[in-house]
Design a protein around this ligand. Sequence first.
Ligand code: NAP
Length: 354
Amino acid sequence: MNENGTNGSNGHGVIEPAAEPAIENVIIIGSGPSGLTAGLYTARANLNPLLITGNEIGGQVAITYEVENYPGFPESLSGPELVEKMQKQAEKFGCRVEYDYVDRVDFEQFPYTVHTANEMEYKAKAIIISTGASSRKLDVPGENELTGRGVSYCATCDGFFFRGREVVVVGGGDSAAEEAIFLTRFASKVTLIHRRDSLRASPILQKRVFEHDKINIIWDTVVTSINDDDGKGGVTSVSLRNVKTGLASTLLTGGVFVFVGHFPNSHLFEGKVAMDEEGYLVTDKLMRTNIPGVFAAGEIQDKRFKQVATSVGQGCAAAMEVEKYLADLEDRSYPGYAALKAPAAATVTASKKF
Ligand code: NAP
């Protein structure tokens, strides 16, 4: 066998078989608050968990400038700080963190197999899926071409580049409100464009937006295109349409920050794990998916609460259920054990485009 565990010569011309990967107790896919909490709890349960981070360690909260509503931190802290503390705490108790991206899973054969971008193959008796959600796009002309050239989905990452300039924020939820407020640190003026006549954001954020002298709101309006009028490869304006009057207009701006919600990162599990029509994995109260031993936590299965605090709770619950599942599996009393040996085809709802 060679270092990669693939077939290889032992130096005496004898081909040795590939090494079988060790069977992990539990693999956690994703490193947001739910995944890191699952890592902490399964580590403290002596399950020696393996957590595979995905491309963005920490998930969405890692690109949040300030977290004010996570209990225990009355002074608030930054998203990256919170993620770092969560990771440190999980690792302190033995959670192994691999910086890699899962690109294929096989839940038909037990133990389950997870393949990664770094060409690793892992096997596990239990899986916790916590791949979270990603920013939704506006899907208007100019958006793709100008992403990174004035169009952004992360104020914390890109706000600094708009010092002294006028920017637009699209959306009416907590993210749009919070990030519009954040952008006033850099921008000379922030115009919030919302498709209705009232915000979805929480009252405390609405109040701050309304009272902020650098924030202007354009109601009942959608962005119809993002423009590079002088052809220099950057945003110069947005085309708008009032949804009530139908009136079209143009607003000059140097940047467009889009916060119009999220979609679940569940492509990997299409046809493998039951999901709803929006692509959210379906779980029961015990965080179980329809595949025995495969659990899901956080925004990959939660389209209602989507808070760091709720994701943490769901990660904790999934970990505790994994512990119980593995113990039951050990004494073969787990009700799904027969199914594990020859898993029935998953009842999978075909997901729409998301
Ligand atoms: P969200 O609550 O789903 O809000 C998305 C906003 O975008 C809505 O106002 C929606 O309009 C608008 N929108 C959707 N599609 C659009 C389109 N194609 N064109 C124009 N506007 C569009 O998403 P979010 O603000 O990212 O928040 C997600 C979750 O995270 C929420 O549960 C939120 O409470 C939570 N969160 C919490 C905090 C916090 O507690 N500090 C911070 C950030 C996020 P409508 O209102 O008309 O639907």
